[in-house]
Design a protein around this ligand. Structure first.
Ligand SMILES: Cc1cc2nc3c(=O)[nH]c(=O)nc-3n(C[C@H](O)[C@H](O)[C@H](O)COP(=O)(O)O)c2cc1C
Ligand code: SF4
Length: 433
């Protein structure tokens, strides 16, 4: 069994209580961190190659260093909205180890010279919010939060804010609008939150799992963490495995573990029939075929030559971010496994229906295109499609990615074009009657 960084207290009911958490070494990293300078902490996290676990995989230390050093008011925001279909690791992490999250967020907030942490927790996670409220109250009682964090003289406040169940509010700028009491609409970037975020002030938004790695990085050093993973992508990651495996669940694996190994050795192997397709990073990431899953589960999947590029039309790769060909990635950590019994057109229809429904409606390509694509894919899935529909969905889905305010539009393109590229035969069979 590999090193467990963020799941080490899974299964220990008592670790949710501050006394047990402390007895297991909890809050020692915070005590150590407040004796370091903010810049030393950022340097350690940069050395760790800790990449964001919320979806985009941006290096956390680099993000923290964007906060202007002379800013008067800075906010730290924890993204606990966890709405991406297939993703359920943040819920488990908060349920089993709420104090590790508070400790990690306190260290991160101190590193960016912030006195206030907000956690935006998905509305449906009622138990998570209750556990956090309790843990936050305990941390105030023990002096880890409040006027002098861990006796450092640095004030730190922590606010638990419950969302209302909108997927789009997981997008960091929509989340900030929602926290401010506005409609949860994504903002145009730039300005990025590090310059103009919550209430117009410099802000860092990080995912739950990202922050829960921070105490161990401070305790054991950035190099130790970097060495657990692969080049430029350190540590371990939580894989939330669902679908046709024998043991679905959350498994912490070293970054770069072979994707098939995660299915076979951690999730118990396939339940009935062999793999047909695997979505490796939450439903917005392109699906992989059985032939493509012998690859390291890491952000480098985006460039892995064993993975076929997603195409708008056969032979015409979909280009994203700076003209690169889109492959796939570990995204938000959700691995959705589909066996031979899966109707891939129907799976595609279900996913795109979700995105079309969750569009906030600001951008025409996402608002109109999403519904168009969802309607056509559903028509094909129901056996009412025609051959020209394939060209229509290629053109409509291909035209959304890269043209919208936020990445929800990309999710429509990436997921639909992924299915159409990898399982084109099934689409053709449906439209051919
Ligand atoms: C439509 C949409 C939904 C998102 N939902 C979440 C979410 O539920 N949780 C999350 O951590 N990040 C989510 N993200 C990514 C965030 O915008 C942001 O990149 C992330 O919180 C940054 O944290 P990280 O750098 O630690 O990964 C979402 C992005 C998009 C475009
Ligand atoms: S891409 Fe879609 S969800 Fe994102 S801002 Fe535009 S309309 Fe809203």
């Amino acid at each position: 069994m590999s090193e467990r960084v963020v799941t080490q207290n899974f299964g220990n009911e008592k670790a949710k209580e501050i006394a047990t958490y402390e007895s297991l070494g909890g809050y020692q990293a915070l005590r150590k961190a407040v004796k370091m300078s903010p810049d030393e902490i950022i340097a350690e996290v940069k050395k760790a190659n800790l990449c964001g676990r919320g979806g985009a995989g941006f290096p956390a230390g680099v993000k923290w260093s964007f906060i202007p050093k002379d800013a008067q008011t800075v906010y730290m925001v924890i993204n606990a909205d966890e709405g991406e279909p297939g993703t359920f690791k943040d819920r488990w992490l908060m349920h089993w180890d709420p104090h590790r999250l508070i400790e990690g967020a306190c260290i991160a907030a101190y590193a960016i010279r912030s006195h206030k942490i907000y956690i935006y927790i998905r509305g449906e996670l009622i138990e998570g919010a209750r556990l956090l409220d309790k843990a936050v109250a305990e941390a105030y009682d023990k002096g880890y939060l409040g006027a002098s964090m861990a006796g450092s003289g640095w004030a730190m406040d922590f606010v638990v804010h419950r969302g209302a169940g909108a997927y789009i509010c997981g997008e960091e700028t929509a989340l900030l609008n929602s926290l401010e009491g506005r409609r949860g609409w994504p903002r145009l970037k730039p300005p990025y939150p590090a310059i103009k975020g919550l209430f117009g002030q410099p802000t860092v938004v990080n995912n739950v799992e990202t922050l829960m790695n921070v105490p161990s990085i401070i305790e054991r050093g950035g190099q130790w963490f970097a060495d657990l993973g692969v080049d430029g992508d350190g540590g371990t990651r939580c894989a939330a495995v669902s679908g046709h495996v024998k043991s679905p669940g959350v498994y912490e694996v070293p970054v770069g573990t072979n994707l098939r190994t995660i299915l076979d050795q951690y999730a118990g192997g396939m339940r009935d029939t062999p793999v047909k397709g695997v979505i490796p990073g939450g439903s917005s990431f392109p699906v992989l075929t059985n032939e493509e899953i012998d690859v390291p589960w890491a952000n480098s999947m985006m460039r892995n030559d064993k993975i076929r590029s997603v195409e708008v039309r056969p032979g015409q790769p979909f280009l994203w971010g700076g003209g690169k060909e889109l492959k796939s990635g570990p995204g938000s950590g959700a691995i959705i496994v589909m066996d031979q019994s899966t109707d891939m057109v129907r799976a595609c229809a279900r996913i795109v229906k979700f995105y079309a429904h969750e569009s906030c409606g600001q951008c025409t390509p996402c608002r109109e295109g999403g519904h168009w694509v969802a309607t056509i894919v559903q028509r094909i899935a129901d056996g009412n499609g025609k051959p020209s529909d394939l060209e229509m969905i290629s053109s409509a889905a291909g035209g959304i990615g890269g043209t919208t305010i936020c990445a929800l539009g990309d999710a429509v393109s990436w997921s639909v074009l992924g299915f159409l590229t990898k399982f084109r035969d099934e689409f053709i069979a449906k439209v051919s009657g």
